[in-house]
Design a protein around this ligand. Structure first.
Ligand code: BES
Ligand code: MN
Ligand code: MN
Length: 461
C-alpha cells in the first residue's frame, strides 16, 4: 500500500465522502433525549447501510438493553491481525440552541481562522460522527484499492454520550465475535493541524447528583428568611468546601490512589507544545486556574478534578420572586486518573457529603454512570503503528499526550477483551465538542481518511 494510491482514491471521491457525512449529521441522534429514540434507530440503520456499501460482511444491528450497536466485519485471512474499530453514532444534546449560528442538524461548511479550508458545522461533526465515518471511508478506500492488509471489525455504539452502560454487558456476551488484536478509536483530539499528537491516556469519570432539602415547602423569604436554612445557600457552601485554597480537592481519601508521575515523566510531558497565551485567547480568559503545583497540561491530563456541571433550585424566571426554596440540586462530576476507581471515588464523595451536611437540611446523593481511567503504552506495536502513520501524512512525528476527556468503555476493552486501544483522534479541542457551533475541519476529515489505512499497513507489517 502506498500513500499516493490512497490519496488518489480519496481525491476522486472527495465530494461523495463529504455528502455522505452531511447526510448522517442531519439525523439528530441525541441519546440523552427519549424523544429522539426513532432518530437513534434511523442512524444505526444508516451506519449499517454505509458499512455494507463500503464492503463489510455480516453487518448487523445488535440490540442491547439500550440503543443498538452496529457491527460489521471483513475477514480476509484468519492468520492475519484483526483491527477492531470503535466509534459512536450518538451525539450530545444541542442546547442551548440560540447560541448556534446555524441549526445544529443542518450542516453547513464555513471557513474559520483555524480551518481556512472550511469546516462542517453540526452537532456530532467532530464528536463522533465525522471521526467515526472516517473509518468507514478509509475502509472503503482500502477495499476499492485492494490494499486492506488485515481483518477488520466495526463496533459502532449509540450510548457513549450517556455512559455506555449497556455496551459492557454486550461486549461480555460477544467476546468471541469481537476477538482481535487492537482497538482503534478516533474520538479524541490532536494538538493542532500542524502538530499531530496521539493520546496515551484518558481520564475516568464519577458523576453525582446531589439534592439538598430544607423546609417542607417554599417559604416567604421575608417571613422565614434568616431563621430557616436555605438549601441553595447550604449547597453552595458545601460545594465551595470541596476545594481548598490551593485548589486541592478536600474529599478525604480522594488522592490516596492517584498515580503520581516521576519528574522524568513530567519533564517528558512538558515537551508537548503548548502556548498559554493561545489557550487564554481562545477561551477569552485573563488567567487560567487549577491545582497548585501543576501545569495546565498536567491539570487536564494527569490530575483528577471535581466540577459542578449544573446547579438549580428556587426562582429563576423573569423579574424577582422573594422565595426561600425548599430544595436545591447540583450535578457534580469528578474526572479520575490512574489508579482511581469510579466506584470508590463515588463512595468517598457520598460519605463526605453526608458527613459535612448541617442538621438544618437533609441531603441525598446518588451516583450516575461512570468510567475508569485508561493509559495506553506508548511503546506498543499499535502506538508505534499509529505514530508512523501520522508521521507519513503530517511529515512530523506525533507528540504523545494525555487527554482530559473520557471514553467510558475503553477500560473495559482491556479488562474484558484484553486489547489496548489506540486513541487515533484527528479533531481539535477548539472544535466545540458538546458546545454550540461544533465543527470538524475538512482538512481533518480527509487527513484522517488518508492516515487510517497507513495504521493498518504498519500494524500488519
Ligand atoms: N469524544 C469524547 C471524549 C473526548 C473528547 C476525549 C475530546 C478526548 C478529547 C466523548 O464523546 C465524550 O464526550 N465523553 C464523555 C463521557 C461521558 C459522557 C460519560 C466525557 O468525556 O464527558
Ligand atoms: Mn466522542
Ligand atoms: Mn462526547
Amino acid at each position: 500500500m502506498e500513500l499516493n494510491q490512497i490519496q488518489s482514491y480519496v481525491n476522486s471521491n472527495k465530494e461523495r465522502f463529504l455528502n455522505e457525512l452531511l447526510d448522517l449529521l442531519k439525523i439528530p441522534s441525541i441519546s440523552a433525549k427519549p424523544e429522539h429514540k426513532p432518530d437513534m434507530f434511523t442512524t444505526a440503520e444508516a451506519v449499517k447501510q454505509r458499512l455494507i456499501e463500503a464492503g463489510a460482511d455480516k453487518v448487523e444491528i445488535c440490540q442491547t438493553k439500550g440503543y443498538p450497536v452496529v457491527y460489521g466485519e471483513k475477514i480476509i485471512d484468519s492468520s492475519k491481525p484483526t483491527v477492531v474499530v470503535y466509534g459512536h453514532y450518538d451525539v450530545q444534546p444541542a442546547d442551548p440552541l440560540d447560541l448556534w449560528d446555524s441549526p445544529p442538524f443542518e450542516p453547513v461548511i464555513k471557513k474559520t481562522d483555524i480551518h481556512p479550508e472550511g469546516a462542517i458545522f453540526a452537532r456530532g461533526a467532530c464528536d463522533d460522527k465525522g471521526q467515526m465515518y472516517m473509518h468507514v471511508k478509509a475502509f472503503e478506500t482500502m477495499m476499492k484499492t485492494n490494499t486492506l492488509p488485515c481483518n477488520v471489525k466495526f463496533m459502532i455504539e449509540g450510548e457513549e454520550e450517556v455512559g455506555s452502560s449497556n455496551l459492557g454487558p454486550w461486549i461480555i456476551k460477544n467476546k468471541e465475535k469481537l476477538k482481535g488484536d487492537i482497538i482503534l478509536i478516533s474520538d479524541t483530539s490532536i494538538i493542532a493541524n500542524d502538530i499531530p499528537s496521539i493520546d496515551s491516556g484518558l481520564r475516568g469519570l464519577a458523576y453525582m447528583e446531589v439534592e439538598v432539602v430544607g423546609p417542607n415547602r417554599d417559604l416567604h423569604s421575608g417571613v422565614y428568611g434568616g431563621a430557616v436554612a436555605n438549601p441553595i445557600n447550604i449547597l453552595c457552601k458545601l460545594i465551595a468546601s470541596c476545594h481548598d485554597e490551593n485548589n486541592h480537592i478536600t474529599v478525604p481519601g480522594f488522592y490516596d490512589k492517584v498515580q503520581e508521575l516521576s519528574d522524568a515523566e513530567r519533564a517528558e510531558m512538558a515537551k508537548a507544545p503548548f502556548d498559554l497565551n493561545d489557550f487564554r485567547k481562545d477561551l477569552n480568559i485573563d488567567e487560567e486556574r487549577g491545582e497548585k503545583g501543576y501545569s495546565t497540561n498536567e491539570r487536564t491530563g494527569i490530575r483528577p478534578t471535581l466540577d459542578v456541571n449544573g446547579i438549580w433550585g428556587g426562582y429563576t424566571g423573569d423579574g424577582a420572586k422573594t422565595v426561600l426554596p425548599s430544595k436545591a440540586f447540583a450535578k457534580i462530576s469528578m474526572r479520575l486518573v490512574p489508579n482511581q476507581s469510579s466506584k470508590e471515588i463515588s463512595d468517598l464523595f457520598i460519605k463526605h457529603f453526608e458527613s459535612i451536611v448541617p442538621k438544618s437540611v437533609k441531603v441525598k446523593v446518588t451516583a450516575h454512570h461512570g468510567g475508569e481511567p485508561v493509559v495506553v503504552p506508548t511503546d506498543s506495536k499499535g502506538f508505534l503503528a499509529a505514530s508512523k502513520a501520522m508521521q507519513e501524512t503530517y511529515g512530523k512525528k506525533p507528540v504523545p499526550t494525555r487527554s482530559g476527556g473520557s471514553i467510558p468503555i475503553v477500560a473495559l476493552f482491556k479488562k474484558e477483551l484484553g486489547m489496548d486501544s489506540i486513541l487515533f483522534g484527528f479533531g481539535l479541542d477548539s472544535d466545540g465538542l458538546h458546545s454550540p457551533n461544533e465543527h470538524y475541519g475538512l482538512f481533518n476529515y480527509y487527513r484522517g481518511i488518508e492516515t487510517i489505512p497507513l495504521f493498518y499497513k504498519y500494524f500488519t507489517a
